[in-house]
Write a protein that binds this ligand. Structure first.
Ligand SMILES: [Fe+2]
Length: 214
């Protein structure tokens, strides 16, 4: 009898912790403190986030080495504050070359940060405001009734999203989340075991699941 490969046991596919895993002692981050990127023009960045995005210049740090790693990279670090106290931050470091180009457009589309607006009307107000400042804006896009979003870029090329929930429970679809995660990972593992093309198997899965929304 031919032995079949055991099903993979991946802890994140299930709510329950795997046997022997330590339970989380009640540690969940409270909020976004900051997300940070490199800019090559901190003046343009400061103008964009204060004037266009209406955020407050919250804090700055100048140093000639990185405290966490000890790397000798002189830099100017700047933070901009949103209404809830969370911030977006940037570093300008002299002599740092431009980043390498992405290997696939997906990186430039998927890597982004979304900032929340009050409601649909406010998203449209953002749309008009950004356009009136000559900024290219994509959208508004209704994401399957979950959220409504517009997309644009800051002067450093960071992809930004202004979004508002259309479904008040948009970030509480945990059961469906675990189901989707399991389907996705198991589809990949199964295709690998069977020597099938993994992207093709995943596209078939997506095509099947799309019917949910049609
Ligand atoms: Fe997003």
């Amino acid at each position: 009898m031919q032995a079949t490969a055991p099903e993979p046991t991946l802890p994140t596919l299930h709510r329950a912790s795997p046997a022997g895993a330590k339970p989380n002692p009640g540690l969940t981050p409270i909020m976004l403190n900051h997300a940070a990127w490199v800019t090559h023009d901190v003046a343009a960045t400061a103008d964009f986030y204060t004037r266009i995005m209406g955020m407050e210049l919250a804090s700055t740090v100048l140093d000639d080495s990185i405290p966490s790693t000890g790397d000798d990279i002189p830099y100017f670090h700047i933070f901009f504050r949103m209404q809830d106290g969370s911030t977006l931050a940037f570093f300008e470091a002299p002599g740092v070359p431009a980043p390498a180009k992405s290997t696939h457009p997906a990186y430039d589309i998927f890597n982004h940060i979304a900032l929340q607006a009050k409601n649909r009307e406010e998203v449209m107000k953002w749309y008009e405001w950004l356009k009136s400042n000559g900024i290219d804006v994509i959208g508004p896009t209704d994401h399957k009734g979950l959220i409504l979003s517009i997309y644009f870029h800051d002067p450093a090329g960071v992809r930004l999203e202004i979004t508002t929930p259309l479904d008040t429970e948009w970030n509480r679809h945990t059961d469906k989340g675990y189901e989707d995660l399991k389907l996705w990972v198991e589809c990949k593992e199964k295709a690998k075991r069977e020597g099938r093309d993994v992207p093709k198997a995943l596209i078939e899965l997506i095509t099947g699941l799309r019917k949910r929304y049609d």
